[in-house]
Design a protein around this ligand. Structure first.
Ligand code: RIB
Ligand code: CA
Length: 313
């Protein structure tokens, strides 16, 4: 069985990733050993609350949740309520009644000790903080959603949101990996933007979920995201970056990837958060990433419905 640690910033698509992991946990395909959160879509206190609310709704209140670092390594925190809603979960407003585990590092230490797969779907602040003093040895795998690698950004012309929020963390994370012998599977915008959910697919998902409590909150979770994407000219639908990343991390869909060296710009005012892959080995630098170049999107849609049936039971 795969053990999983999710570091996330719920966030609408992070919430769908949590629902997917909960489904696999309930049927014993995985064990979700912990959830830690970063400051990104909304503040770290709100992302932790949202994660705890999602897990409670999904019947996993026992999974430990802890807020991670409260702000980026070197720049002020910028959140995006205009994308994910005033509280980070669309039009929903979860209660603030949750208690959290005291220390996110303790959750990471326990996850490392049991050989968990580490999946990161928010800014890399916690991962870079961890890397400053500890290794990624013993984690079964590392998978990151982030970057617009050799591709247009969604936050600036060249930067993707997670890397833009904390560019120093992204830069240091990949620098550290390059000297560690570990590769992070990197799911960047060029691939994750392809995984789209629209109203018909949402209706089908809700139908398959049946009486699962999460089914009742999905309409107001996704409606905000649909409206945001429509306002961006992407149509009335939503890119579910973090859910695709989670499926790739657990090898539940087929994908193509290339080992390469990723570098992230941290200090340039215009190019902050820009990520580049040295696909032609100009830098002669150690590889630090397995860049996903394609994924079976149809299989991802099928996999989502397969998992949803586990929550309906
Ligand atoms: O750019 C997409 C990423 O930014 C996703 O992780 C989404 O949740 C937002 O955090
Ligand atoms: Ca996210």
């Amino acid at each position: 069985m795969q053990r999983v640690l999710l570091d996330c910033d719920p966030g609408i698509d992070d919430t769908l990733a949590l629902a997917y992991l909960a489904a696999l946990h309930h049927v014993g395909e995985i064990e979700l050993v912990g959830v830690t959160t970063s400051a990104g879509n909304v503040s770290v206190g709100e992302t932790a609350r949202n994660a705890a609310w999602a897990l409670e709704t999904l019947g996993l209140s026992q999974v430990p949740v802890a807020p991670g670092q409260p702000s980026p390594l070197a720049v002020p925190l910028v959140t995006t309520p205009e994308t994910h809603g005033p509280h980070g979960v669309g039009y929903l407003s979860p209660p603030d009644s949750y208690e959290f585990a005291a220390d996110w590092r303790a959750i990471w230490r326990r996850a490392q000790a049991v050989g968990a797969h580490l999946i990161i779907t928010g800014p890399l602040t916690n991962a870079a903080t961890w890397a400053a003093g500890r290794s990624f040895d013993d984690f079964a795998s590392l998978t990151v959603m982030g970057g617009a690698v050799n591709y247009r950004g969604n936050t600036t012309p060249t930067a993707e949101w997670n890397f833009h929020v904390d560019p120093h963390a992204a830069a240091r994370f990949f620098e550290k990996l390059g000297h560690s012998g570990h590769l992070a599977t990197l799911c960047s915008l060029e691939v994750t933007e392809q995984f789209l959910i629209d109203s018909p697919r949402l209706d089908k998902l809700i139908d398959v979920l049946g009486d699962a409590p999460i089914a009742t909150v999905l309409p107001e979770l996704l409606r905000f995201y649909f409206e945001f994407h429509e306002a961006q000219g992407e149509g009335y639908q939503a890119q579910i970056h973090d859910l695709l990343t989670t499926m790739i991390a657990l090898d539940r869909i087929t994908f193509d990837a290339v080992d390469t060296t990723i570098a992230v710009e941290a200090d340039s005012p215009l190019l902050r958060g820009t990520s580049v892959a040295d696909l032609r080995s100009h830098w002669d630098a150690p590889h630090n990433a397995r860049l996903v170049t394609a994924a079976d999107i149809d299989a991802a849609h099928t996999e989502l419905l397969r998992a949803a049936r586990f929550l309906a039971e």
